[in-house]
Design a protein around this ligand. Structure first.
Ligand code: ZN
Length: 571
């Protein structure tokens, strides 16, 4: 046993779910100095990759400690926290996700993984029966690519399942909405309704809507669904914060944030109920974005409202991603411009003039090509905007000739490894073999000198970072298929993948000087695992990632412990 002034040995079991640990440093007094130990620390710093302890003062790392140095430091007092587990890495950050969307998805009909149309309909029927008071029956997560025949579902089948109540169900990627006849009627959509700019209503040969609304056409219906009240938004986001901490996330880049969502986050952060660091991007068109274009960026403790979210195109699964050449499996269709390039450039310029960071969704090769061209032009005219680090969200299918631009321009490649492994069963059908050369090409972008920031796009994918790390290093599904990985040249090493979820995410928000690695002066944000996944990877066992459990998430030196070591949901 050590004899030190204040030993506080925390073990995960027995503490309240995600209560802050007993090592929470208080303001002033001896609580200011904390020694974190008990695990090996992988620092993310190639010059000093390992440490046995961290001396933390007021939330920041003052010193990396070796095993031999710990007794010397303990002699000076301070609080000791023995972290449970085996390995701590720099706090993992999800660099692209939807906080309120995730929280709402957790309370709606869950169609993820339904293997047939009938199974999806049965889940909707059961959910509607269990929620008789909901004026709208809402759900998400269906994917017709998982069903025999791959046909789009219809309003008529949904009306049979939920008769007389409006029902709206988002596709897994959020870029298609399946509605029943009642919802179409309530929204006033019929054969005479034109496709809105940036959207498409799928129709029968006689023009009758079939029940599928793509991209901007979704708003014809979603505009009728009442948003959550401020109180409900708070409750939902507090739940989400607990969930993210339990999954090992210390930070989050929140996309498409509305005013309701931002104001709820601010109230939660002020009362300690949202302790993560978060960087928010207001949805273009929402009142929050209008305010930001007046006021410029805002800070609120650990919350930062830094930019705006824009869409160039749609998604690949719903053939809304904008391509240079037609879809291989839909000749004549090149996808959708959700925002035409001229208008996109105007909006990006307006944002950057106000010091706002643009975060622009670009999936198809035409969308990525245009967006990179816009960034190149604007940055050439305004070199001072380089510090804003404009973001390419998804960078999913990039013309191979444009990949070097990710190294030449100060832009962020905000990518989601699990999108590759979710899309791999059908991406080649959509794109053909040749276009795969620039698809989900994170290794090529990194080799070109690009800056990867990894995330999940939750609720499109699970935000469990172990799944993202697994996809990044194996390019396989959870069963290990395909053997050797899909387009395996694009695999990363585990240290590279962890860096994309930490240092890369920090670079994306201009915080590489105090976040994303464990070094003196850096904030003490950590994700702690029950096993050494880095050593296991080096020994050829990436599967340790899937078996690993998060035992603590540390933010600014304060640990949060999940009570039960439940694995995150996997898909
Ligand atoms: Zn997204």
């Amino acid at each position: 046993m050590r004899s030190v002034p204040a030993i506080c040995t925390c073990v995960a079991l027995g503490l309240a779910l995600l209560a802050p640990g007993c090592g929470a440093p208080g303001p002033g007094g001896e609580g200011d100095v904390t020694i974190l130990t008990g695990v090996r620390f992988w620092t993310g710093d190639p010059d000093h990759p390992w440490a046995d302890g961290l001396l933390v003062e007021e939330g920041r790392i003052r010193e990396l400690l070796s095993r031999e140095e710990i007794p010397r430091v303990l002699a000076h007092g301070g609080k000791v926290i023995d972290l449970p587990g085996a390995l701590a890495v720099p706090g993992l950050v999800d660099a692209h996700g939807h906080l309120l969307g995730y929280g709402l998805a957790r309370r709606r009909a869950d169609l993820v993984g339904a293997r047939t149309l009938d199974e999806a309909l049965e889940r909707v029927r059961a959910f509607a029966a269990a929620h008789p008071g909901d004026p709208w029956v809402l759900g998400r997560g269906w994917d017709q690519e998982d069903w025999p025949g791959h046909a789009w579902p219809t309003a008529d089948r949904l009306e049979e399942t939920v008769p007389g109540r409006p029902c709206a169900l988002w596709r897994v990627d959020g870029h298609a909405l399946w509605v029943n006849r009642t919802a179409l009627r309530e929204a006033g959509i019929d054969a005479a309704t034109p496709d809105p700019p940036g959207g498409k209503i799928l129709r029968a040969p006689d023009g009758t809507p079939t029940g599928i609304l793509l991209d901007a056409a979704e708003e014809l219906v979603t505009g009728r669904i009442p948003p959550p009240s401020p109180e409900l938004a708070e409750e939902i986001l507090a739940d989400v914060a607990r969930d993210l901490l339990a999954k090992g996330l210390a930070g989050f880049h929140a996309m498409s944030v509305s005013r309701v969502e931002w104001e709820a986050l601010v109230r939660l952060a002020r009362t300690g109920r949202f302790p993560l660091r978060a960087w928010a991007y207001a949805e273009w068109g929402d009142p929050l974005a209008e305010e930001l274009l007046e006021s410029g960026p805002r800070d609120e403790g650990r919350l930062h409202l830094v930019g705006v979210k824009l869409f160039a195109d749609g998604a690949l699964g719903s053939r809304g991603a904008r391509l240079l050449e037609p879809y291989a499996d839909d000749p004549g269709n090149r996808g959708i411009w959700v925002t035409p390039p001229d208008e996109l450039e105007r909006r990006i310029r307006a944002a950057m003039e106000r010091g706002l960071q643009p975060a622009v969704h670009a999936i198809g090769d035409a969308a990525n090509h245009e967006l990179l061209g816009i960034y190149r032009r604007l940055l050439a005219g305004h070199p001072e905007w380089a510090s804003l680090r404009p973001r390419v969200e998804h960078a999913q299918v990039v013309p191979p000739g444009d990949i070097p631009l990710f190294g030449e321009l100060p832009v962020v490649a905000s990518m989601q490894p699990t999108h590759a492994t979710s899309d791999m069963p059908w991406a080649e059908e959509r794109l053909g073999r040749a276009r795969l050369a620039g698809a989900y090409a994170w290794r090529s972008i990194l080799s070109a000198g690009g800056h990867l920031a990894f995330g999940s796009d939750v609720p499109v994918e699970s935000c469990d970072p172990r799944l993202g790390l697994w996809a990044a290093v194996t390019r396989q599904d959870l069963d290990g298929n395909p053997p050797g990985g899909w387009l395996p040249d694009q695999r990363l090493t585990l240290p590279e993948a962890i860096a994309a979820f930490s240092a890369g995410a920090a670079w994306a928000v201009r915080r590489e000087d105090d976040l994303g690695r464990l070094a003196p002066g850096y904030l003490a944000d950590l994700t702690v695992f029950d096993r050494d996944v880095v050593a296991a990877f080096e020994e050829g066992d990436p599967r340790a990632l899937l078996d690993a459990r998060v035992t603590a998430t540390v933010i600014g030196g304060t640990p949060w412990f999940p009570r039960a070591h439940e694995p995150g949901e996997a898909r």
